[in-house]
Write a protein that binds this ligand. Structure first.
Ligand code: FES
Ligand SMILES: [Fe+2]
Length: 348
């Protein structure tokens, strides 16, 4: 697909990554530096000094301004040059582009496009990541060597669990017994799977011995918001019992493009059980990291490599049916990018 969506929220970082004060990260091909000013307000600027182009992220935050490490120009959270060590005058053209930035649910979000359209109600809901009174949250980050849509494909099609995750959650013949439905509300897509009356399944935060039923009704609901913001609601309950009586876990999988061929993969999981157990932290983190890093990522990167330089649809990917969620997401995103590009074209 040509170009990255601009009028959308991209996850730039976990808020905890800014504990050190500043962070350099390329988002959708824009080098960006994130920092906090003296009041603790977040800022996201282009990571390039307008003088001799040193990365501002190599500088220091002084009195709440980001000071260039090369010749000392200082910038406030709006990207305005406010310190010139050589004169009282601020030279023309010395501002740096600033992006709308918002911290919510322990996530730092940035908006690349028209700031007047940066509607905070469009931020996808990941409040479970922030509810630390009843939850314990694990967060992680992986780097991907492929376009982000290839990982979104993977996340929106749970059938891969059976084959790609043979060493962790798959290999049990589960997916062939599931039913799925796809729902779409404007630009939000859900693909919801149910697996009625199946042998109980270990899900990472509830190992086998913590699941009290031998057979269960299981579900995996997956939500997508543009561009690569995915949430999974996975659970199981006694056969015929309501979901509220079951055991469930929520996962965030958020993929942000770095470039056309590399991506940032943020994942987080919240649990409402074993809240004080560091041993459980290690077990769950180890299991999930293995599943994502050793099972998903190599396949996704290899598939993207095979088709490098080709147009995805020109290759006529086979439709299997359950891949409807991935297809719907690709089509929805393409429509959003095309509409944005059309709107940006000058009137004829
Ligand atoms: S490159 Fe930043 S002040 Fe010169
Ligand atoms: Fe996976």
């Amino acid at each position: 697909m040509e170009g990255f969506l601009q009028n959308t929220w991209y996850m730039a970082a976990w808020e905890s990554e800014l504990a050190e004060g500043k962070l350099s990260r390329r988002i959708a091909d824009i080098p960006m530096v994130l920092f906090r000013n003296a009041q603790g307000e977040l800022a996201a600027l282009v990571d390039r000094c307008p003088h001799r182009f040193a990365p501002l992220s190599m500088g220091t935050v002084e009195n709440g301004n980001l000071v260039c490490p090369y010749h000392g120009l200082g910038f406030d959270q709006h990207g305005k040059c406010v310190v010139n060590p050589f004169s009282d005058k601020i030279p023309a053209g010395s501002s740096v582009r600033a992006f709308k930035v918002k911290a919510k649910d322990a996530i730092v979000w940035v908006w690349l496009g028209d700031e007047s359209r940066a509607d905070e109600s469009l931020l996808p809901d990941y409040s479970f990541l922030n509810d630390t009174s009843t939850n314990r949250v694990l967060r992680d980050y992986l780097k991907l060597a492929c376009h982000y849509e290839y990982l979104v494909d993977n996340l929106m099609d749970v059938t891969h669990i059976e084959w790609a995750h043979r060493k962790t959650f798959g290999g049990r013949g589960l997916v062939q017994h599931g039913k799925h439905e796809t729902l779409q509300n404007a630009n939000e897509v859900w693909i919801n799977w149910s697996f009625p009356n199946v042998p109980k399944q270990p899900i990472p935060i509830y190992p086998d011995e913590q699941i009290p039923w031998e057979r269960t009704d299981m579900w995996i609901d997956t939500r997508w918001n543009a561009p690569g913001n995915v949430m999974l609601d996975i659970g199981q309950t006694a056969v015929g019992a309501p979901r509220e009586e079951g055991l469930k876990q929520l996962l965030a999988h958020i993929v942000t493009p770095e470039t056309a061929t590399t991506s940032h993969y943020f994942w987080g999981v919240a649990r409402g059980v074993n809240l004080d157990s560091e041993a459980e932290d290690r077990r769950i983190s180890g299991l999930l990291r293995f599943a994502f890093e050793a099972e998903d990522v190599p396949l996704v990167e290899a598939a993207a490599k095979v088709v490098e330089g080709e147009n995805f649809w020109d290759l006529k990917p086979v439709h299997l049916g359950p891949d409807i969620g991935s297809t719907r997401v690709r089509r929805t995103l393409e429509t959003m990018v095309r509409k944005e590009a059309d709107a940006a074209k000058p009137a004829q």
